[in-house]
Design a protein around this ligand. Structure first.
Ligand SMILES: CC(=O)N[C@H]1[C@@H](OP(=O)(O)OP(=O)(O)OC[C@H]2O[C@@H](n3ccc(=O)[nH]c3=O)[C@H](O)[C@@H]2O)O[C@H](CO)[C@@H](O)[C@@H]1O
Ligand SMILES: C=C(OP(=O)(O)O)C(=O)O
Length: 429
């Protein structure tokens, strides 16, 4: 199993190119199931989750062609995928494939919408809470599907096709919104999604679906209206930049000090995180090429932050902020409201000497002057990268074990950080 070795203490200086967003690329790839024509996706990140979804889509009978680099392409340019679901030969998504990645469960929506039948294993994904799918099932039932759970599979049928309906989510759910949105595009009549997630990745998927001929309005607001159409067609779409990757590197710079340009990052996608970083003492300068992050001299100030659905502070940056606050001059409070068990990084950060206590859904972090490197274990995707951030600023050497979690969501992490002066290497095997 690969490990990452980091020797801390170097400031980060240089340019970090921001990749396409994992959490948009995955549902966009899944949306290709809705049409028998080719969907072309540009700026798809090279990630383990993307490769896994390619396997899942391949199992349904999709042809996926990945275009290689062309002269003049930037070394970090994302890949272009040509995905064709001309023939769906299998409407089952098996446990062996789906259990590795939560988003793969979402294939249930386009399969039901187009094929009127789907059998999909209950999902896996990051161990950050119980993560039920009751609201996804509720949304599909509202659209007229019959669902039952048998042997760990959700078996869904809609013999006459789906029918538009009013879907009221009792809580904001990204997965629920993606599923309802995709299913409703081919339903008969109009669907209204109330209390929809407003995350930029939802907007990106809705934009792509509209290019494919869907009739969606209101994406990015809590009320999305979808007028069902008979058929969708092919389209070409560029995956939006990864706001979580951008926020992660911004926190790394705030932690180590230095001056880094996050090339291609879009500030409006992570304004709440940028505001918190400014409060913590980093200087954030949006510019034409992305976002410049600097911290020179000044220490890190403590903050009080509560995670919330977009445009609030993202849960996917909570662990990284906690690593940063481990070195703040004072006591910080971070409250996690989205997932009930997203504090697995606390015990690992403690190995660096961080002083963190938990009180229900709030972590209290008493900053210390210096963390010390240690062997640590990656537990989930964002927790893993919080350990990398801590290690970059810690005195001495850190080994991060189980880095396959990182590979799910961070493209070429070691290359991007070492290009900015970090001492970081992957140890294979
Ligand atoms: C691949 C992807 O895009 N993953 C993101 C997505 O996860 P995901 O789509 O799984 O997150 P949701 O927004 O659906 O979950 C939010 C909350 O709703 C609960 N819930 C959800 C569905 C359901 O049927 N019942 C239910 O109770 C969840 O347990 C959680 O407590 O949004 C999360 C919240 O921004 C992010 O942390 C993940 O990175
Ligand atoms: C929790 C995450 O991913 P997933 O929903 O795929 O588990 C994440 O991207 O931080």
């Amino acid at each position: 199993m690969d490990r990452i070795r980091i020797v801390g203490g170097n400031k980060l200086n240089g340019i970090i190119p921001i990749s396409g967003a994992k959490n948009a690329a995955l549902p966009l790839m899944i949306a290709s199931l809705l049409t028998d024509e080719t969907l072309i996706l540009d700026n798809v990140p090279r990630l383990a989750d993307v490769a896994q979804l390619q396997r899942i889509l391949g199992n349904h009978g999709l042809d996926i062609m990945s275009k290689g680099k062309r002269p003049g392409d930037h070394e970090y340019q994302g890949q272009t995928l040509h995905i064709s679901a001309a023939n769906i030969i299998d409407t089952t998504a098996p446990y062996e494939l789906v259990s590795k990645m939560r988003a793969s469960f979402w294939v249930i929506a386009p399969l039901l919408a187009r094929m009127h039948v789907a059998k999909v294993s209950l999902p896996g994904g990051c161990a950050i809470g119980t993560r039920p799918v009751d609201l996804l099932i509720m949304a599909l039932e509202k659209l007229g599907a019959e669902l039952q759970i048998d042997g760990g599979y959700v078996i869904a049928r809609a013999p006459g096709g789906l029918t538009g309906a009013e879907i009221d989510f009792p809580k904001v759910t990204v997965s629920g919104t993606h599923v309802a949105l995709m299913a409703a595009t081919l339903a008969k009549g109009t669907t209204v999604i109330n209390n929809a997630a407003c995350e930029p990745e939802i907007v990106d998927v809705a934009d792509c679906l509209n290019k494919m001929g869907a009739k969606i309005s209101g994406a990015g607001t809590p009320r999305i209206v979808i007028e069902g159409v008979k058929k969708l067609h092919g389209a070409r779409h560029t995956v939006l930049p990864d706001r979580i990757e951008a926020g992660t590197y911004a926190m790394a710079v705030a932690m180590t000090g230095g001056d880094v340009q996050l090339a291609g990052a879009r500030p409006e996608l992570l304004q709440s995180a940028l505001d918190v970083l400014t409060e913590a003492g980093a200087t954030i300068t949006p510019n034409n090429e992305g976002i410049r992050v600097t911290r020179n001299g000044a220490g890190i100030s403590p903050v009080k932050v509560t995670t919330a659905p977009f445009p609030g502070f993202p849960t996917d940056l909570q662990a990284q902020l906690m690593a940063l606050m481990a070195c703040a001059k004072g006591s910080s409070h971070i409250t996690e409201t989205i997932f009930e068990n997203r504090f697995m990084h606390v015990q690992e950060l403690a190995r660096f000497g961080a002083r963190i206590s938990l009180d229900g859904e709030t972590a209290i972090i008493d900053g210390i002057a210096k963390l010390r490197g240690a062997p640590v274990m990656a537990t989930d995707l964002r927790a893993s990268v919080s350990l990398v951030i801590a290690a970059l600023a810690a005195e001495g050497e850190t080994t991060v074990n189980r880095v396959y979690h990182l590979d799910r969501g961070f493209e070429r992490l070691e290359e991007k950080l070492s290009a900015c002066g970090a001492t970081i290497e992957r140890i294979s095997g």
